[in-house]
Design a protein around this ligand. Structure first.
Ligand SMILES: O=C(O)CCC(=O)C(=O)O
Ligand SMILES: [Fe+2]
Length: 229
C-alpha cells in the first residue's frame, strides 16, 4: 500500500477521494457494504462487516491487554469513577482529555497501527490517535456527550470500531427535541463514522443494559489538531 504520510491534506478530510460536487459527501464512494445515515445537521456511515468475525475475535483478545485504566472525572465539583475502562494511544504530542481527565499517552501498538492504516485506506482519513473504551459488562456505559473538545477541531471525523458484544448506540439532537433519538446496534467488527456537523448538533451514548452480556471494546480513532498542550 502506498501512503504519503507527509502530504499536506487537511487532517480531517479524506486525502484520496475523487473531487465531488459540494453537495456530495467525500464518503459517498465508500463500498456498498457501508450504509449512509443522513441526520438532520449531521451524517453517519455504518459498515457492519468492516472486519471479519475471526479478525474481530483475535483483536478483542489482543486489545484486552492494552494499558487500561479506570479514570475519574470531575462532575459538579466531585470526582466520579467512570463506568468503563479507558486507554489513549497516539502520535507524540497527541494529548487529550475530557471532563477534567488527562489520559496518559501510550505509543501505538502494532495492531492499532494496522487498524489505523486500514482506516486510511477505507476512508482516506489519517488519524493520529485513538481512545479505547472497554465496557466489561452491561453495567458499563458512556452517558450523553459529544466528541467536541477543542483539540479535535471543527467537524471532526470520528471512526469508531467495535469488537465483542453488540451494544446499542444512541444519538439525540442537542436542540431540536422533536427529532427522534436514533439507535444503532454496533456489531463486532463494525465501523461507524461520525461526520460533518454531527458533534456540533448531536450527542451520543451507550446506555447500560440489564442483559447478562460479555465485554465490548470500542476504538474511536481521532485526529488531534491542536497538539501544543
Ligand atoms: O463505545 C462507543 O461506541 C462510543 C464511545 C464514545 O462515544 C467515545 O469514546 O467518545
Ligand atoms: Fe463519544
Amino acid at each position: 500500500m502506498q501512503i504519503d504520510l507527509f502530504s499536506d491534506n487537511s487532517p480531517n478530510y479524506p486525502s484520496g477521494s475523487p473531487s465531488k460536487s459540494p453537495s456530495e459527501s467525500p464518503f459517498d464512494s465508500l463500498s456498498d457494504s457501508c450504509q449512509k445515515i443522513e441526520l438532520t445537521d449531521g451524517e453517519l456511515v455504518y459498515c457492519p462487516d468492516w472486519l471479519s468475525a475471526s479478525e474481530s475475535t483475535d483483536l478483542y483478545r489482543v486489545f484486552s491487554r492494552l494499558a487500561w485504566q479506570q479514570s475519574q472525572i470531575r462532575m459538579m465539583g466531585q470526582y466520579v469513577t467512570i463506568p468503563r475502562l479507558n486507554a489513549w494511544y497516539g502520535d507524540l504530542g497527541a494529548n487529550y482529555g475530557y471532563s477534567g481527565v488527562r489520559l496518559p499517552l501510550n505509543t501505538w501498538t502494532s495492531e492499532l497501527r494496522v487498524l489505523r492504516e486500514q482506516l486510511l485506506s477505507t476512508t482516506g482519513c489519517r488519524f493520529n490517535s485513538v481512545l479505547a473504551n472497554w465496557y466489561r459488562s452491561g453495567q458499563d456505559s458512556v452517558s450523553w456527550h459529544s466528541d467536541d473538545e477543542p483539540e479535535l477541531g471543527e467537524n471532526p471525523v470520528i471512526a469508531s470500531v467495535s469488537l465483542g458484544e453488540t451494544r446499542r448506540f444512541q444519538l439525540r439532537h442537542k436542540t431540536k427535541r422533536e427529532i427522534e433519538t436514533v439507535a444503532l446496534d454496533l456489531a463486532s467488527g463494525s465501523l461507524l463514522l461520525m461526520l460533518g456537523k454531527t458533534q456540533t448538533h448531536w450527542q451520543h451514548q451507550i446506555p447500560k443494559t440489564k442483559r447478562i452480556i460479555g465485554g465490548r471494546i470500542n476504538l474511536t480513532f481521532r485526529n488531534i489538531v491542536n497538539n501544543e498542550k
